[in-house]
Design a protein around this ligand. Structure first.
Ligand SMILES: NC(=O)C1=CN([C@@H]2O[C@H](COP(=O)(O)OP(=O)(O)OC[C@H]3O[C@@H](n4cnc5c(N)ncnc54)[C@H](OP(=O)(O)O)[C@@H]3O)[C@@H](O)[C@H]2O)C=CC1
Ligand SMILES: Nc1nc(=O)c2c([nH]1)NC[C@@H]1CN(c3ccc(C(=O)N[C@@H](CCC(=O)O)C(=O)O)cc3)C=[N+]21
Length: 297
């Protein structure tokens, strides 16, 4: 039987509506408007697309949106000075520095400079540590979006076998933490994993975050498993154009999976919706106001 296709775009639209409703309450009842600052260093066509769609979605949700586009040659000191200004700006509740940053800038140092309360990406070590110890944290947007879709699909995740392919700090590791927190039995696989197909075939839940087009095929998948495809890979078409594909061979895997996210239209839109949700959450925490329900981990 063909897999259910999880409509990330529709789910994200629903999350954005709920964010917008909460923003309206914050503005009307408390005179507070959540603000998000996105910082982009250098010219990266893909990053510019994301930054533009983040800005548009932020405004549509009724929030303040600020974009800082810095020259590729911007010094680390100048970037740190901008972050310091945004940290002290009371109209800004969320700060996101688009990754990757140019080689002459130390990304760890930049992330550590962001006020953890405004760290809507959840990349600051104090948020990483809070998440890892099961405390209230800012949770990275992509894994949070994946978790929301999995909870919607399954209700409780307790006792499920989950395999996360990829161990990056921005997707794989925080995804695994969230699944453990929801009582899954979690395996993290990576490039040195032996018998990856064998490991993946045990899973009730597969999250692929690798960056290799169509790597995961039907033979790896336990019948009925839920497959979340985080990968964003731009590949050449026969006609010379390009198209986006995930890390999962969608046509193949959807013949055996129980449910699957498409690329595009799956995890990507949820990432942006969760960024807005995190900005509202950060704003509420900063002002000691009630947080939106169902929009945090
Ligand atoms: N939809 C969205 O919102 C987002 C999508 N992405 C996409 O998700 C993908 C992953 O991103 P990110 O985590 O940043 O990528 P990284 O490159 O940081 O990490 C990739 C991971 O995949 C592992 N890996 C590489 N090759 C293999 C292999 N052959 N078998 C098993 N594991 C392998 C690597 O292992 P090792 O550690 O051993 O090198 C690494 O842990 C990319 O396509 C990216 O574009 C990312 C962020 C957001
Ligand atoms: N500090 C930081 N935080 C991030 O969250 C971050 C980052 N840096 N660097 C780059 C990655 C990538 N990322 C995506 C967001 C949305 C889509 C998205 O909306 N994708 C659409 C398609 C978009 C298109 O057509 O290009 C979809 O999958 O349907 C994809 C990828 C966030 N990232």
């Amino acid at each position: 039987m063909a897999a259910k296709i999880i409509d990330g775009k529709a789910f994200a639209a629903n999350v954005r509506e709920r964010v917008k409703a909460h923003v309206t309450r914050l503005v009307e009842e408390h005179g507070v408007r959540p603000g998000l600052a996105v910082v982009l260093v250098g010219e990266n066509p893909a990053s510019e697309v994301y930054v533009r769609s983040k800005g548009k979605a932020t405004k549509e949700a009724g929030m303040k949106s600020v974009e800082h586009k810095l020259d590729a040659a911007t010094s680390e000191a100048d970037l740190l000075a901008l972050i310091d200004r945004l940290n002290r700006d009371e109209t800004i509740h969320g700060i996101l520095v688009q990754l990757p940053v140019p080689d002459h800038i130390d990304a760890d140092k930049v992330l550590a400079a962001i006020n953890p309360a405004k760290d809507v990406d959840g990349f600051h070590i104090s948020n990483v540590g809070l998440l890892g110890t099961g405390q209230k944290a800012m949770v990275p947007c992509t894994p949070l979006g994946c978790l929301m879709m999995l909870r919607e699909e399954h209700g409780s995740l307790a006792g499920k076998e989950a395999v996360v392919i990829g161990r990056s700090n921005i997707v794989g590791k925080p995804m695994a933490q969230l699944l453990v927190k929801d009582s899954c039995t979690v395996t993290i696989a990576h490039s040195r994993t032996k018998d990856l197909p064998g490991v993946v075939s045990r899973a009730d839940i597969v999250v692929a975050a690798v960056g290799r087009p169509n790597m995961v095929t039907a033979e790896w998948i336990k019948p009925g498993a839920t497959v979340i495809d985080v990968g964003i890979n731009r590949i050449e078409k026969e006609d010379g154009g390009t198209r986006l594909v995930g890390d999962v061979d969608f046509a193949d895997v959807s013949t055996i999976a129980g449910a699957i996210t498409p690329v595009p239209g799956g995890v990507g839109p949820m990432t942006i919706a969760c960024l807005l949700a995190n900005t509202v959450t950060a704003c509420c925490r900063m002002h000691g106001l009630a947080e939106p329900e169902g929009l945090t981990a």
